[in-house]
Design a protein around this ligand. Structure first.
Ligand code: SF4
Length: 272
């Protein structure tokens, strides 16, 4: 009930601003942008449900960066067909203020990349210091719901004390990241994406696959592990299939090839 009320207040606030600004859509866009300018890029608490499961257990503290995905931030999404079933609007992403914050971060990336990288640099530095003080190992997931090649901007190298990990739908990124940045490949069964899957299989990295119901024992000739426990463990699992359960109504209904029906995979043994 409370999140619903907050979401409505947020809408009223936006409409109030719009009226105050004279009703122009561009002015409103500018006001929303300014309003969010105080936000941090990183969430260093457990604000994202995808990160909370990994933080459980307490050896690492994970900082996450959540943007609003689009076709530029996720260039592999067209071939993979994952854009509609993406988790962008599930969990806390359903709330208007969360979606607005993510949109502000994406806009900042598109409009002023230098400022974005400066801010990210500062926030990662503060996070690393905080973790040192509290005696916990820092980890970071910068592509919680995006697929930016952060290795091209030298970010992981600047913070060797932080363990970076991400999923990607861009096979060209695999095995090109520094030692403290591990990538897992994200599978889709679409024909347009088959060459990406072949490259990923050859790269020997963990491959994440989303299943509608139960996991098969094997997929693509590799054993399937339960990947819903910890992404940090998944990132170090080697050449396995990381089995993930489809979450959210859109993902569960997905027919693009991104979500797999285990019972429709021929010649595979389904685990009990
Ligand atoms: S690449 Fe990932 S974040 Fe981007 S649209 Fe696909 S599932 Fe969503």
């Amino acid at each position: 009930m409370r999140p619903l009320l907050l979401a409505n207040w947020w809408r009223l606030y936006i409409i109030g601003l719009w009226v105050r600004c004279g009703g122009g859509p561009l002015t409103l866009q500018k006001e929303i942008y300014k309003m969010n300018n105080h936000l941090n890029l990183l969430d260093t608490g457990n604000g994202n449900t995808k990160i909370a499961k990994t933080n459980r257990g307490g050896l690492y503290r994970v900082a996450s960066l959540s943007l609003m995905p689009d076709r530029i931030l996720c260039p592999g999404s067209k071939a993979a067909g994952c854009f509609e079933g993406c988790l962008k609007s599930s969990g806390r992403g359903r709330f208007d203020n969360v979606a607005a914050g993510r949109q502000w971060r994406s806009d900042l990336w598109h409009q002023d990349q230098d400022q974005f990288l400066d801010r990210l640099h500062k926030e990662l530095g503060n996070f690393a210091k905080l973790c040192k003080k509290t005696g916990i190992t820092p980890a970071a997931r910068l592509n919680t719901i995006s697929d930016i090649a952060f290795e091209r901007f030298g970010i992981p190298e600047l913070f060797p004390e932080i363990y970076f990990y991400d999923y990607t739908k861009r096979a060209a990124r695999l095995n090109k990241t520094p030692d403290n940045y591990r990538l897992m490949f994200s599978y889709s069964g679409r024909a347009q994406y088959a060459n990406q899957v072949q490259i990923a299989l050859g790269a020997g990295v963990p491959i994440a696959a989303v299943f509608r119901d139960q996991f098969p024992a094997e997929f693509l000739g590799r054993p399937v592990i339960d990947g819903d426990k910890s992404d940090l463990i998944n990132s170090k699992a080697g050449p396995v299939i990381i089995g993930l359960k489809a979450k959210g109504a859109l993902a569960k209904a997905d027919q693009s090839g991104f979500v797999i029906d285990a019972e429709r995979i021929p010649a595979l043994v389904v685990a009990a």
